[in-house]
Every structure is written in structure tokens, then in C-alpha cells.
Write a protein that binds this ligand. Structure first.
Ligand SMILES: [Zn+2]
Length: 233
């Protein structure tokens, strides 16, 4: 026979559970009393936790299923194993919840990063004022002002120095003052009214390491280049 225990979680087992229940009642009533000796406690414990090492063809299983003494012992043992099984299920469920929670945290962080990455794609607006660069003060040239730009995609608007010509300008970021190691460059036509000229270019400094560089402006027609110390932070 197949051993089934009441309270099965599978609806399709309900009928068999009902038969098992009726059988159990008959056994406990003493309607069936096997003559062979009762199996030992380890065997009954193994049966109570449905150990896979016990073959249902084992005559001791048949005995335990029909002996009121063994049946009572089995019924007494089962709650302990059921409780342990429930604890295992609960532990597994908690571990699963922790995993799901961890996954949510990771996804939430990724979600938070995405707008920042998108923001990084939009150029950061920076204005560099070179209006007073290179002008004479008390007969001395003013010290070159240092420009600071972030290591990002930057839309830089340069207010060109006094008396700058209109026309096309090339703006570059280089490692040194000789124009070596070009990091980024862009060219645009200067816009302005009167004598104040501005030029706006996109400079991709995302792969630049923080440090000291030079920002240069080159007028495309007269090829005059001016270098200004630049800090990338
Ligand atoms: Zn027995």
C-alpha cells in the first residue's frame, strides 16, 4: 500500500489522504493487529520523516501501517519533523526574500545611475572668460588665467580676449603648450556684437584624467594660437 498522511498540500492527493485517514482510524481502533514484533525507533523515525532509504516493500512498513502502537509513535514523531520541515521552508523563504531584496537594491542603484549616465551624455555648460587675458596692466601683461573644466562632455563658451577677430576658431585641449597630445578639439564660428566675440564648442573630456593641460584657441585664417593653462578636475 502507499502511505499517505492527512493534510497533504496537493489537492489531487485528497482522496488518498482520506483513505489513509480511514485506515489510520481503523488501525488506532485496534481493528488490525499485526503479530510480528514492532520495528525499532530509528526505523520509525526514518518512516516519520519519509526517508528515501526505506523501501515501501519493507515488511516493517506494512507492520507500522497496521500496528496501533507503531501508528501512535509515528503520529507523535511526525509533528517534530513537520515543524523542522516548516522551519527549513521558512529559512529558504527568508533566504529567497533576502536575495530578492538584494536584487532590488542592485536594480534600484542601477536605476539611479541611469539618469546620471544620461545627464553625462548632455554636455555640461561652461563659460570661460578670456576677455582680460593677455591685456596690458600697468605696462605688464596680465598673468594667464587658469581655466578649470570637468572631465565630462562640456559645451564650452569662450569669451575671446579683447580685440579678437571674428571668424572661424579651433578650440583644443592639449597636454602641453606646443599642441602635443590632443585630448579634444572643436571648431566654430565666433559670434559677437561689437568687439566682444564668443565661440562655443563641444569638448569631450570624459576620458581625460584630472590634471594640468592647456586650452588653445586658433584663428583658422591667420593661424594665430593662444594657449591658456587648463585644469581638468
Ligand atoms: Zn508495531
Amino acid at each position: 500500500m502507499t502511505l499517505r498522511w492527512p493534510g497533504s498540500s496537493h489537492p489531487e492527493d485528497d482522496f488518498e489522504a482520506w483513505i489513509a485517514q480511514r485506515h489510520q482510524e481503523r488501525v488506532l481502533d485496534g481493528s488490525t493487529t499485526p503479530t510480528d514484533p514492532c520495528p525499532d525507533e530509528p526505523f520509525l523515525k526514518g518512516l516519520a520523516r519519509k526517508s528515501k532509504q526505506i523501501a515501501l516493500s519493507d515488511p516493517r512498513v506494512h507492520h507500522a501501517a497496521n500496528c496501533p502502537t507503531c501508528m501512535r509513535r509515528l503520529l507523535a514523531l511526525r509533528p517534530a519533523y513537520e515543524a523542522r520541515r516548516r522551519r527549513l521552508v521558512l529559512t529558504a523563504a527568508v533566504a529567497c526574500c533576502c536575495l530578492i531584496f538584494a536584487a532590488f537594491v542592485v536594480l534600484a542603484r542601477r536605476g539611479a545611475e541611469t539618469p546620471r549616465q544620461i545627464a553625462n551624455m548632455a554636455p555640461i555648460q561652461q563659460t570661460v572668460d578670456l576677455w582680460n587675458a593677455g591685456t596690458l596692466r600697468n605696462g605688464q601683461p596680465s598673468p594667464l588665467q587658469s581655466v578649470t573644466l570637468p572631465a565630462a562632455l562640456v559645451k564650452v563658451t569662450i569669451i575671446l580676449p579683447h580685440f579678437s577677430e571674428s571668424g572661424q576658431y579651433d578650440v583644443a585641449v592639449t597636454r602641453d603648450q606646443a599642441g602635443h597630445d590632443l585630448l579634444a578639439h572643436g571648431s566654430a564660428t565666433a559670434t559677437g556684437n561689437g568687439d566682444r566675440e564668443e565661440v562655443s564648442v563641444n569638448l569631450d573630456l570624459r576620458n581625460s584624467r584630472p590634471g594640468s593641460y592647456f586650452l588653445s584657441t586658433t584663428h583658422e585664417q591667420n593661424q594665430a594660437s593662444y594657449y591658456y593653462p587648463l585644469q581638468i578636475r
